[in-house]
Design a protein around this ligand. Sequence first.
Ligand SMILES: Nc1ncnc2c1ncn2[C@@H]1O[C@H](COP(=O)(O)OP(=O)(O)O)[C@@H](O)[C@H]1O
Ligand SMILES: [Mg+2]
Length: 327
Amino acid sequence: MTAATVALVLEWIAAVTGARRARRGAQLQSLWGGYGELFRVELDGGVAPTAVVKWVRPPAAAQATISDARKRRSYDVEATFYRDFAARCDDSCRVARLYGSRSVGGEWLFVLEDLDAAGFAIRHDDADATGLDACLSWLASFHARFLDAPANELWPTGTYWHLATRTDELSAISDPALRTLAPWLDARLTEARYQTILHGDPKEANFCFSEHGRRVAAVDFQYTGRGCAMKDVAYLLYGRSDEPADGIAHDHLDTYFRELRGAVERGPIAERVDLAAVEQEGRALYPLARLDFCRFLAGWRPARWQRDQRGQAYVRRQLERLGQNSK
Ligand SMILES: Nc1ncnc2c1ncn2[C@@H]1O[C@H](COP(=O)(O)OP(=O)(O)O)[C@@H](O)[C@H]1O
Ligand SMILES: [Mg+2]
């Protein structure tokens, strides 16, 4: 990339942030698979002293694979999210403000509010109880906000692990019972009565925490789309060091549903939503959402799955439970 290209991009960044000048600061990280980078910019004048830029430049070598096409679409989805949905997220499901985005010549640029400067400077991989509660509360507020909302131009099915994107990995699943059950599991979640908009990748790395971990803001809306809320919750809770023996983290689910009730009751749809029915369905589907995520793990990295003793024990227990129920 030439210095002239960078200068033009910085000029554009200054324009969308109302700054006299934008200077490139430190890199935050490179994007997965060599798809570009995130860096901070320093602004003279304008909306804020700094901003964070996500500059996506897919590598030429990656062109024309299915996974590349999906990734490219994911950046359009992220742009759509920030453009059409983010404004509906208040402090209870905080997201960065978008100062500007553009997609030209197979590249994407996002200029975002600097969440570190906004009071969310801490990152965690295995958050403590306070931090996890903040993530659960964020998810509950987000799901409440978009309960039954149309997901126009986001993914028709949110998350990066749902079955339709992983059919070629099904044959890698060594357990025939799990393989056979996969379409049924997917259908149960897809046909759930209560659908919302999922974040789609709510791991701890995609949350920015406040200093004491009581509040979070989320980033990374590439796999955002319609779905059963339990998929996001099961994903966030998977593989934590505090997982109970039966794999169902009841206390964390209690927190999630308490926050969901609060968020719905505060919101404009309180009158129209049967909260007891939402919770009842959610609790019944949670074990299936978790099992569906195990299905993904088992097909995606079979060798790693073989070492996931707790995951395998969970699958055995659930298969037995489901088998007994269908007798
Ligand atoms: N607006 C922002 N403010 C501060 N940090 C951010 C912002 N956006 C992203 N980050 C940081 O950069 C990391 C990567 O960004 P993300 O959009 O998740 O890219 P990737 O697709 O590579 O995961 C995030 O996990 C977060 O720590
Ligand atoms: Mg990320």
